[in-house]
Design a protein. Structure first.
Length: 145
């Protein structure tokens, strides 16, 4: 979290404060209640290093309200990628079984090269699952309710 704050969040906030000519402005960071975010060590570090960043926590179970793309788009993307991966595993397993390999000795290919090659199709399938104008419009309109 320290790296994220110092290398991404703070430069982002500072860039926009400078652009708006509000260098002394405090900033609000809206984050979930992940245990690392709520730890005393992290909260103390934030207060010591970046007292101008005010942290607000999204209550558990409410992320979909505050960040509708997490539920409406990213969930579908992750599900499509997971289903594509699962389909490859099933196909590879069935191929071995049809060749006479016993179920106990089926060996799935998990080398970097194989996974790199397969992951391209997984990502394409994920993209195709969410690249729908109706889906994006629905997520956007639901977030305004």
């Amino acid at each position: 979290m320290h790296s994220y704050v110092t290398k991404i969040l703070v430069p982002y906030f500072n860039k926009h404060k400078k652009r708006l000519n509000h260098l002394g402005q405090c900033c609000i960071w809206l984050i979930d209640v992940w245990s690392v975010h709520r730890s005393q060590a992290f909260q103390d570090w934030m207060k010591e290093k970046y007292s101008w960043i005010i942290i607000f926590y999204i209550p558990g179970g409410h992320m979909g309200i505050w960040q509708p793309s997490d539920v409406g788009i990213q969930r579908l993307l992750k599900l499509a990628i997971k289903c594509s991966c699962h389909a490859d595993i099933v196909a590879e397993t069935l191929l071995q079984l049809h060749k006479g390999v016993s179920a106990e000795t089926v060996q799935l290919q998990k080398t970097i090269g194989v996974l790199q090659d397969r992951s391209v199709q997984w990502l394409v399938n994920g993209y195709e699952a969410i690249n729908r104008k109706d889906l994006v419009k629905k997520v956007c309109s639901d977030s305004l309710i």
